[in-house]
Design a protein around this ligand. Structure first.
Ligand code: 13P
Length: 231
């Protein structure tokens, strides 16, 4: 199982170090991923099942892209795991599928593990499963789904940060349809909580979770990993 925490725009350098050190000291078995803000990336003392990754990057080694970070900056800290295609970057920051596929190809050429996020907005969900899947498949345009270091995260936009997780049936249906074409591990994300993680991890084809809000408290995140370890 992969249990991942996306800090988004939360935590600073000091609290990220406390968080990462606290999680590392627990000796969990599950695969753990932690995505802090880029200003908090550092050389952490990690056990092999824990990786700290980047939430975002510009698809260059270095250059003149004011305000962006490239791979020179990530490689300083041995970062080899990245998030690509998160709904907040698609819908709030305006990344197009073309931007996203460029990032994907760059991270792939760097042999990074890529946690690739897909998911439909509310109005598409209301049209039914066919509309949902055709929307999601379009988010795989120009994406090599056979890449060996790919992890796919299904995160319905309407379930992110709303406290309203998708139902177990809805998650099962989408993961099952993704599984027909994708061999990579499949995660679910969207208002996952300590109280719901066990049932979500029990869904067929679910290989883990990508958690925002409920993971920002290190004790909560540790509880979630503990639950995964017990499965
Ligand atoms: P929440 O857990 O806050 O809904 O966020 C999910 C998410 O976007 C993880 O990438």
């Amino acid at each position: 199982m992969i249990i991942a925490s996306n800090f988004k725009t939360n935590h600073n350098r000091k609290s990220t170090k406390e968080f990462v050190d606290f999680i590392s000291l627990q000796h969990f078995f599950s695969e753990v991923r932690i995505f802090p803000p880029s200003t908090a990336l550092d050389d952490f003392d990690l056990t092999p099942n824990i990786r700290v990754g980047a939430q975002n990057f510009y698809p260059v080694q270095n250059g003149s892209f004011t305000g962006e970070i490239g791979f020179d900056q990530l490689e300083e800290f041995g970062i080899d795991t990245v998030l690509v295609g998160h709904s907040e970057r698609r819908h709030i920051l305006g990344e197009t599928q073309k931007d996203i596929s460029k990032k994907y190809d760059f991270a792939k050429a760097k042999e990074c593990e890529i946690v690739y996020c897909v998911g439909e907005p509310k109005e598409v969900r209301e049209e039914g499963i066919e509309a949902v899947m055709s929307y999601i498949w379009r988010q795989f345009d120009d994406i090599d789904v056979d890449y060996s270091e790919l992890v796919v995260a299904y995160e319905p936009v309407w379930a992110i940060g709303t406290g309203l997780s998708a139902s177990l049936e809805d998650i099962k249906e989408v993961l099952g349809l993704l599984r027909q074409k994708i061999k990579a591990p499949l995660l679910y994300g969207g208002s996952v909580k300590v109280e719901t993680i066990k049932d979500i991890l029990g869904i067929e084809n679910c290989d883990g979770v990508l958690v925002g809000t409920a993971s920002w408290d290190m004790k909560n995140f540790a509880k979630m990993i503990e639950i995964s370890d017990q499965l």
